[in-house]
Design a protein around this ligand. Sequence first.
Ligand SMILES: NC(=O)C1=CN([C@@H]2O[C@H](COP(=O)(O)OP(=O)(O)OC[C@H]3O[C@@H](n4cnc5c(N)ncnc54)[C@H](OP(=O)(O)O)[C@@H]3O)[C@@H](O)[C@H]2O)C=CC1
Ligand SMILES: O=C(CO)COP(=O)(O)O
Ligand SMILES: [Zn+2]
Length: 348
Amino acid sequence: MFEKSTWIKLPRNVLVGHGVVDDLGTAVGELYLTGRPLIVTSPTPNEIAGDRVRAQFEDPATAVVEDASFEAVEQLTATAEEVDPGYLIALGGGKPIDIAKMAADHLGVGFVSVPTVASHDGIVSGRSSIPEGDTRHSVAADPPLAVVADTELLAEAPWRLTTAGCADIISNYTAVKDWRLARRLRNVEYSEYAGALSEMTAELLVENADMIRPGLEESSWVVVKALVSSGVAMSIAGSSRPASGAEHLISHQLDRIAPGKALHGHQVGVASIMTEYLHSGENGEWAAIREALGELDAPTTAAELGVDDEELITALTSAHEIRDRYTILQGGINEEAAIEVATATGVI
Ligand SMILES: NC(=O)C1=CN([C@@H]2O[C@H](COP(=O)(O)OP(=O)(O)OC[C@H]3O[C@@H](n4cnc5c(N)ncnc54)[C@H](OP(=O)(O)O)[C@@H]3O)[C@@H](O)[C@H]2O)C=CC1
Ligand SMILES: O=C(CO)COP(=O)(O)O
Ligand SMILES: [Zn+2]
């Protein structure tokens, strides 16, 4: 018996390729948007591609955001009320894209995502992740109307940001395991399509790992397609479940306990090695996850994250407290067991 309707919101156009930042105007034209654009960016992407973007529009306005915060969303909303844009263009990494995503939602306008780094799947998803004090809010918003990902720009971005994007995708393996566990034990709503797409995305990325090397445009292509696919899985699910399980809870805790030490993708990758061990034991797939991360130059230990062993153990033992999301960590893991899993997997 179907009691609910399903509303799947997806980007309408996804343009990936060499130099496509110069086709942004055409891609926007295809969306039949009206009014002037407000370009939301941060200093480095503005420097790298701001002029190329502005050159394609009549009378564009630009807002440069320095940090990801609710104040930044408010400030941007106030700027937008003065500018009266027809739509927003988010140019940059997760910071300007998250801010634009939330502001677009508040303003009731659409936005187009132009990622200049492939650092995590938030660049295409319908979720913003905004820090506030020592907590992090994962807020639902509409996904971009279009994604224009220039593989030339992405290939020139710092390699560690790309490896973080890869690790965010690899963490889909354990996110889906947590989601299935929650279905079995708590009867949470589960989508076979979203779960399968998310897993397949991680598998394809790992299969193509030898193609993913610094400075190679083909690498950016593979990674950005995986990020789009992961974003689509979240859109189908109507939640971040296909791409965010216990490994994300641990990473969110690390953001509180050891802020600014490591990138989101790198944290979820290392956490994924441990949650896989918790799911499947010593003969499970945790070593394969560790190997795949290592092959992609992503960290596999607390030390490589720049995080103290104690900080990692505290994040593990407290991760279950931060969100009402059933995972393998439901009810918590005690310190002794946390040290055991972190040691057995070589994370500490
Ligand atoms: N929505 C979601 O699901 C998720 C959102 N997030 C959020 O995303 C943010 C982190 O994402 P991230 O992408 O790392 O954030 P940033 O937007 O901060 O980008 C990372 C760094 O790369 C710089 N940069 C951007 N493009 C280029 C380029 N082409 N070449 C060289 N440098 C470049 C930025 O410069 P500058 O400092 O000038 O901006 C910044 O220093 C956080 O705010 C986090 O909360 C994280 C995970 C998931
Ligand atoms: O990072 C995400 C998926 O990769 C989003 O997850 P959250 O919903 O936990 O913020
Ligand atoms: Zn993530």
